[in-house]
Design a protein around this ligand. Structure first.
Ligand code: ADP
Length: 249
């Protein structure tokens, strides 16, 4: 394992009790501070892999090796913002700190800082029902980043949002990624989003194997110039072709 790798996965397989073989022979290194997207047909094991990395389940085969011997502080963001509807934005972001036994007053500054980072300083007392889908997702991101994670696992976080909101959140995510030096693993159905965000795209087959590991060219920060570039389209075409090869006709 190289010094730059935060995590090494070797020979990972996962078979559920139902007999479903969700993942097979998964092996790759995740560079510290890297941005890696996972794409593949529905049911190919992407969420299963994130749950294994989060430590929510154990693999049936293989092992995960962490650079420092243990998983670093990890944030998990799902497609559904999963906010508590009866609690304010502040309370939703405070929740993980509360679960760690920290008093509300001691956490006020941290919560407000997390909200400021996602542009929601003025919404601390708002209730989730008063927020747009994009704002709810920002609250969900603030709730992950209030724990100051070094690893962020994101499972189709922006899939339910309209295109413009998604583009804005993609840009904000890239800004935060650089600012916070996160390592990000990002599951998406959108080839364009994967290429826009990532340094590297892993393509899964329906059998739960990684078939392509594609390095994405183009420096950061990325913005409209990258979105409109031939390089962006060429790379999206390449990932699409890899993916098409893996989708059952
Ligand atoms: P993806 O995220 O790529 O859509 P998943 O990781 O959700 O794929 O699922 C991979 C396979 O494992 C699918 O066949 C799915 O039905 C199955 N699966 C997922 N979670 C469970 C579970 N808790 N129990 C049994 N099978 C599951």
């Amino acid at each position: 394992m190289t010094d730059q790798a935060l995590l090494r996965l070797s020979g990972i397989g996962k078979t559920y009790e139902s007999g479903t073989r969700a993942l097979q022979e998964i092996g790759f290194d995740v560079a510290c501070g890297g941005f890696v997207s996972l794409v593949g047909p529905s049911g190919c094991g992407k969420s299963t892999l994130l749950r294994l990395i989060a430590g929510l389940m154990r693999p049936s085969e293989g092992r995960l090796t962490w650079r420092d011997g243990a998983r670093p502080e990890t944030g998990f963001v799902f497609q559904d913002a999963t906010l508590m509807p009866w609690a304010s934005v502040f309370e939703n972001v405070y929740l993980p700190l509360k679960l760690k036994g920290l008093a509300r007053e001691d956490c006020r500054v941290r919560v407000m800082e997390a909200l400021a980072r996602v542009g929601l300083s003025d919404e601390a007392e708002a209730m989730p029902r008063a927020l747009s889908g994009g704002m709810k997702m920002r609250v969900s991101i603030a709730r992950a980043l209030v724990m100051e994670p070094s690893l962020l696992l994101m499972d189709e976080p922006f899939a339910a949002l309209d295109e413009l909101t998604r583009e804005k959140l993609d840009d904000d995510l890239l800004t935060l990624w650089k600012e916070q030096s996160w390592t990000v693993l990002f599951v998406t159905h959108s080839v364009f989003e994967a290429v826009y965000l990532s340094e590297r795209v892993l393509v899964f087959s329906h059998e739960g194997k990684i078939t392509h590991d594609i390095a994405i060219e183009g420096g950061f920060p990325r913005g409209d110039a990258f979105r409109e570039s031939a390089l962006y389209f060429e790379q999206a075409k390449r990932v699409s072709a890899a993916l098409r090869g893996e989708v059952r006709p």
